[in-house]
Ligand binder design. Sequence first.
Ligand code: PHE
Length: 449
Amino acid sequence: MGFSTKVGAILAAAGSAVGLGNIWRFPTETGLHGGAAFILIYIIFMLVFGAPIMLAEFTIGRHGQKDVTDSFERMSGGQRGWRLMGLMPVVAGLLVLSYYAVVCGWTLYYAFVAGVDGFGGKTAAQYVSDFQQFSSSPTQPVVWILFIMLATCAVVSFGVKKGIERSAQILMPMLFVCIAILVVCSLSLPGADRGLHFLFHPDFSEIDGSTMLSAMGQAFFSLSVGICCLCTYACYFRKDVNLFHDSLSVAVIDTLVALMAGLIIFPAVYSVPGLQPDAGPSLVFITLPNVFQQVFSGSHLLAYGFSLLFYCLLVIAAVTSSISMLEMVVAYLHEELHWSRPAASVAASAVAMLLATGCSLSFGAWADKTVFGLGMFDLFDFIVAKLLMPLGSFIMCVFLGWVADEKVVRDEVTNGGTLHTVLYPIWLFIIRYIAPIGIILVFIHEIGW
Ligand code: PHE
């Protein structure tokens, strides 16, 4: 039932990690936190925290070989209480899919608008009002979310090998090609050197406590760690997969894609006089369509091609991540409750669709319905990215570092003592001490103490 090839396993995990977090959230955060200095810290956090915690998730999942519930029980040496961790991917998967699907729906709509050549001939103010009108409409975004959900549901129903692995093998290379083309185009724009300067010349006076902690939060979200998503995928890994190698590869791929997204977006933004990189979350939906039209104002075809390719890229990245979110829920329903995969996929998608509709409405009709001042979309994002991810990562570190039998952990991580025995103690030290302490710091920051 697992991944049939090692490359397929890496691509699927990379497909989960690489998503809107890289191409939408990363440029937003980088723009808001001053550029290069933020990126430097983000990269350090990816390598020191993200990749080791990912390896922890892989270790727990691969040891279990069934699903997250079973994996925790097995790794704990049979303590049934740890089965409760099996509920984490179900709850977190539904929550994250519900609001992520909303942004996926927006990207699909923008790909459509790009496809029908709908971006041309507008003023800067029109890009703003178009986006606001669309995102606050009660029905329009829901239709696009439904398309995304149907595609996600179809892939997950097909199963791990035929659905998830095959789609990753097709979509991920497509994604890399799109990114490469766009980077080359963007770097050849007239103001590109200013964008490069913003990305690669750190100004350390920009760094404060909030930069550090935002960079770490971004690293968690971008790598999908902390809510047992990668743990779910790792249940399908073969026993000969080199977990060190895979977690590092995924972390490196994920970081590279984020950097390349930066290389696409910032040179383009800087090539239009007067535009600033710190537009926030609307950067990709309001600033960029405007940028594409202006920088390629001499060639309609280039403006058309660049926009279309960019939004298609965003859709591909988004869908490979939403697949992994749905799989978190379906794996539980299939393995623990013995539902068939198609039934589980349809049921989970239906619930997520309902919640996603609510999240979408929070940009319009339900804007005034708030909990702690947050609309449904922001509330779900807060619960997942700021509460469950740090909390889950912390629990996994404590679990592997202090609860599980160290010999079992070592055997699993090193494939029976054959791989990376030198790196293993360093990793264990991070999991036991550095990561949990770091996470407590993020947590304290994120909940605003
Ligand atoms: N890492 C994904 C991204 O960058 C988001 C994600 C979060 C995917 C949690 C799965 C689980 O977009």
